[in-house]
Design a protein around this ligand. Structure first.
Ligand SMILES: [Ca+2]
Ligand SMILES: [Ca+2]
Length: 355
């Protein structure tokens, strides 16, 4: 651009000088017209050159104008470029500042990198150690796997056992439920039994009271019982009825029977039971016997036999007696009885209960 501008300035200067030179020559020629006719041809040539030069000048002026426009444009562009350069310079300063900051940051990062490298070295050493540890751990893991497999097998066995236990437990629960039901039933039964026991206790207490009363009554009531045998040999009534006296006392509690008179005398009002057994050896004969209360006949029995051997008469009766009533046995007239140490013929009686 600067070269173009310089060329234009040079050309412009040359045109000016040539024009000035031409004007000088024309003035000189005008001054010498009258002097030299021969010089007319030369003058025409110069005019032509002058016109040519003027055309060139005009052309150059046009060119200069264009160049000025171009220059103005170029100056504007240069101004813009300067503005752009200024902006770029500002940006460059900012970039420099940023670059300085980045350098600072880079330095910090380098320090961090060094530190990191140091750490990496340490980590590598640690990694090596860890590799060793890892190998050991792998071995341990293998051992643990084997142990785990063994434990899994054991666990399976334990699971099976647990399942069996669960089944057994379920069965036991069923049994327990049944037992609980049974226990509940037993509880209810126990409660019922307790109620029954309470009732029984009450009844027992009443019974015990009654027993005490009965014992007292028994203790206090008179005790009367006797048995006596007729004696030894034959006893005959002869022509009259005979009051029998059973002389051999076997039992005589209360002394209500008299082995002297053969009479039983009631000591209390009550119910008594009497019985007898008598023997004779009958050979085509009768045996007879009778019982009396207060002289009134209660029973009369007989038996006939021909074998000449023992024949018994035996019976019993319950009598209600008043105090002082008497009971005795009689042998009708014309008959006999036999007795010996075997007590074949006996008379017995006892008080059932007083009234
Ligand atoms: Ca008979
Ligand atoms: Ca007989």
């Amino acid at each position: 651009m600067r070269a173009v501008i310089s060329l234009l300035v040079l050309l412009y200067s040359m045109c000016g000088a040539q024009t000035q030179s031409t004007q000088t020559e024309v003035q000189t020629e005008s001054q010498s017209t009258g002097a030299a006719a021969a010089a007319v041809t030369t003058q025409l040539d110069v005019s032509a050159e002058l016109r040519e030069l003027r055309d060139m000048v005009v052309e150059l002026k046009t060119t200069v104008v264009e160049l000025r426009v171009t220059l103005t444009f170029t100056q504007n562009e240069l101004q813009n470029t300067k503005s752009l350069l200024y902006t770029m310079g500002a940006e460059n300063n900012a970039q420099n500042l940023q670059l300085e900051a980045q350098e600072t940051e880079l330095a910090v990062m380098k320090e961090r990198l060094v530190a990191s490298e140091t750490k990496v070295d340490a980590l590598e050493r640690e990694n090596a150690v860890q590799h060793t540890d890892l190998a050991i751990m792998k071995t341990e893991v293998e051992n643990l796997k084997m142990e785990n497999a063994a434990q899994e097998a054991e666990l399976t066995a334990v699971k099976t056992e647990v399942m069996n236990l669960i089944k057994a437990n379920a069965a036991q629960e069923i049994r327990l439920s049944a037992s609980e039901t049974e226990v509940e039933n037993l509880k209810m039964e126990t409660a019922a039994q307790e109620a029954e026991l309470t009732a029984v206790k009450t009844r027992l207490a009443a019974t015990e009271t009654e027993v005490v009363n009965l014992e007292k009554e028994i203790t206090e009531q008179p005790k009367v019982a006797f048995s006596a045998a007729l004696g030894s040999g034959y006893i005959e009534s002869g022509n009259t009825e005979l009051n029998l006296v059973f002389t051999r006392i076997i039992t005589n509690v209360g002394q209500a029977y008299s082995s002297t008179t053969g009479f039983f005398t009631a000591p209390v009002r009550g119910v008594y039971y009497f019985r007898f057994t008598v023997l004779d050896n009958l050979s085509t004969r009768y045996i007879k016997i009778s019982m009396y209360r207060n002289g009134e006949q209660i029973m009369w029995l007989d038996e006939y036999d021909t074998d000449g051997k023992a024949t018994y008469l035996s019976s019993g009766v319950t009598l209600q007696l008043e105090v002082g009533d008497v009971v005795n046995m009689r042998l009708p007239a014309g008959y006999r009885l036999f007795d010996n140490f075997n007590n074949h013929s006996t008379f017995s009686g006892f008080l059932l209960f007083p009234l």
